[in-house]
Design a binder for this molecule. Structure first.
Ligand code: PLP
Length: 392
């Protein structure tokens, strides 16, 4: 029997993006000492108070089916958060609670695209983007941003590539590059989305981790709330990756339709998880601020450790929990460099190519280990790159 064309289309490319991560993980499980700076998962656990709230909610009986679109109190809390960030009047009806940001992305693609439609994605991208578009039966079209422009798209690029696309997917603060789009860029994105009558999916899962500049949501720009679907998640902001809790914020009519997707997929997020999320939000800004501060400190330490590294071009991230390094001076691809680094130095980072062609010749370093180990890893990466550049 033949699997569907849809599942065949999404199965092939995804595997390769994570190949190095999977190899490093197997080495670690076999007892090797590996410095793991690959995927965006924190090296510390969820705050104890959030875990306690989850257990308490389960003991209090929140173990049955929960609300399909999300607990009313949680939807209201998330609506307040989105309103505070964007200034756009937002109510519980504008929020769909999902099993993480990834399910929110999937829901947005299913709701915004018909089979055969084209969706504009900006390379480099979070590796699930092309497959999530394909999962909806649509076709991803890539716009290549360049490191010389801070990996932001230009108005001319957007105007050239948007026509004919039904949806555009953008992400700021950006994974993997750490770009935080300027007002000029966000305005260009919004102008083009309006001019071409497109849905705009704005992935803002790192909105609470801005180290330089300010986050501007395109939803807040004139005429955009009716066509923008914001993707949110508590994975990165509240150290809750494994809880699988995220949301979509969008026009009420669209959110109503998207609720039907929960019926055919997850049947809603477990009640005790939603209560834990509500608790985390009610605790105020402390968890999110502490998480962001930790990554900012590590970013600064890593950049300092790399000062004077002549075979690496630094691209200081303005937001998020990663650092991009341009290693093209070594003459190696990101993939061959990362493979050799893992074999020889036992340091695991992601090859830029995992995030699309635009990140070829780069590495993405997740800032996911303690200060001293991170500084040491950075110095060893710099020395390794210098050695390779000298041999090139
Ligand atoms: N969007 C971006 C840009 C990400 O980097 C991630 C995770 O790394 C996600 C979405 C998905 O996050 P989650 O499904 O854990 O909420």
């Amino acid at each position: 029997m033949r699997p569907s064309r849809r599942i065949s289309a999404i199965a092939a490319p995804a595997g390769d993006s994570w190949a190095l991560y999977s190899r490093a993980r197997r080495m670690k499980e076999a007892g090797e000492k590996i410095v793991t700076l690959t995927i965006g998962d924190h090296d510390w656990t969820t705050p104890e108070t959030v875990i306690a709230a989850m257990a308490e909610a389960a003991r209090a009986g929140h173990t049955g089916y929960s609300h399909m679109a999300g607990l009313p109190e949680l939807r209201a809390a998330l609506a307040r958060r989105e309103q505070a960030r964007s200034g756009v009047p937002t109510g519980p009806g504008n929020i769909l609670v999902t099993t993480g940001g990834q399910a929110a992305l999937f829901a947005a693609m299913m709701a915004g695209l018909d089979p055969g439609d084209r969706a504009l994605i900006l390379s480099p991208y979070y590796p699930t983007y092309p497959e999530t578009v394909r999962a909806a039966g649509a076709v991803p079209e890539e716009l290549q941003t360049v490191s010389e422009n801070g990996f932001e798209p230009t108005r001319a690029q957007l105007e050239a590539q948007a026509p004919g696309c039904r949806l555009m997917l953008v992400n700021s603060p950006h994974n993997p590059t750490g770009a935080v789009y300027s007002r000029e860029t966000v305005e260009a994105i919004a102008d083009v989305a309006r001019a071409e009558d497109m849905w705009l999916v704005s992935d803002e899962v790192y909105a609470g981790q801005v180290h330089e500049g300010a986050h501007l949501s395109p939803r807040s720009l004139p005429g955009m709330a009716g066509r923008t679907l914001v993707i949110g998640s508590m994975s990165k902001s509240h150290v809750m990756t494994g809880f699988r809790i995220g949301w979509v914020c969008g026009p009420e009519e669209m959110i109503d339709r998207m609720e039907e997707l929960s019926v055919t997929t997850t049947y809603g997020v477990p009640g005790f998880i939603q209560h834990a999320a509500l608790h985390a939000l009610r605790e105020g800004d402390a968890i999110e601020a502490e998480t962001a501060a930790r990554y900012r400190r590590r970013r600064d330490l890593a950049l300092k450790a790399l000062e004077g590294a002549n075979a690496i071009r630094l691209l200081p991230p303005k937001g998020g929990m990663y650092l991009m390094l341009d290693i093209r001076a070594t003459g190696m691809t990101g993939k061959t460099f990362a493979e050799a680094l893992l074999d020889q130095e036992r340091i695991a980072v992601m090859p830029g190519e995992s995030f699309g062609e635009a990140a070829a010749g780069h590495l993405r370093v997740a800032l996911t280990c303690e200060d001293a180990a991170l500084e040491d890893a950075m110095r060893r990466i710099a020395a390794f790159a210098a050695q390779r550049a000298a041999a090139a």
